[in-house]
Design a protein around this ligand. Sequence first.
Ligand SMILES: [Zn+2]
Length: 318
Amino acid sequence: MRDGREDRESRIAPVRSLLPSSLRHFVTSSPMLSFCVLGSGSAGNSTLVALGGNGRARYVLIDSGLSPRATARRLGPLGVRPAEIGDIVLTHLDRDHVHPGWISAVRRHCLAVHVHQRHRNAALRVGLPAACLRAFGSVFCLGEGTEIETTLLGHDQLGSVGLVLEHAGLRLGFATDLGRVPETLLERLVGLHALAIESNYDRPMQTASDRPAALKRRIMGGLGHLSNEQSLAAVLRVAEQGDLGHIALLHLSRQCNDPRLVRTLYARHAPHLLSRLTLSSQDRPTPWLHLRRPERIPRMAVAAGRQLNFLEMLPAVS
Ligand SMILES: [Zn+2]
């Protein structure tokens, strides 16, 4: 699929350069919202989000569960410097989502750490400085042009927070560490262009594992994590109501999951989504995943295109 996009990009570029400047932005494919899962799993979760394109992106971390050093190592190949991170949004305060190394980094660099108001006290308890905390409710603004809607989810005592991040008309849904998928979350996950959601365990592997019974109950009991089947059921619902260009699966258990099983599940029950699937890993970042609207070219641009006789170079107009 990425090959197809690159191909489309190379076809669009010459067209864009021939258009009058007032029309160029209609035929732009510069990504305005992109994300990269730097790492995901019980040893640390962190996702980088880029807001804006054309070399003027702002960078935000969703969760900071990798150490600052490991985060910097994974940012390097993406061309992002740690100093460019301005905000951290936390889904919850578990250690695999907030590495203790970030406490002093946050203080030193005056990073804004956004936490749900229900998690504010827990954030203070882990040592995050009050001056850097920004407590949010059901919706908040993350700088100019970026809005985040939130949904409280069942996970252990304090729960976690599902997010829908909207920027430049593009919508990214994000949900990890949830024991079940409530209707309130599905009601929020509409019109998405990408979804990152956990797919934590394969039920037979979890059941057969030598983990203590209490741990299995915690994970599978509705306040722990999503199984592959639960996650897929949610993805299918969301895919019906949006234009999902990317599905990134998060927090795969090393002990009780296997990427091959996940792909087989999709091949069997959602083959139409397989090409949009990215499985995150604990050990290495995913590629950049760019959110895009389906190309829609206004009549004025089409007319200009016809005049200059290069319409055949354009991708299909949807
Ligand atoms: Zn976790």
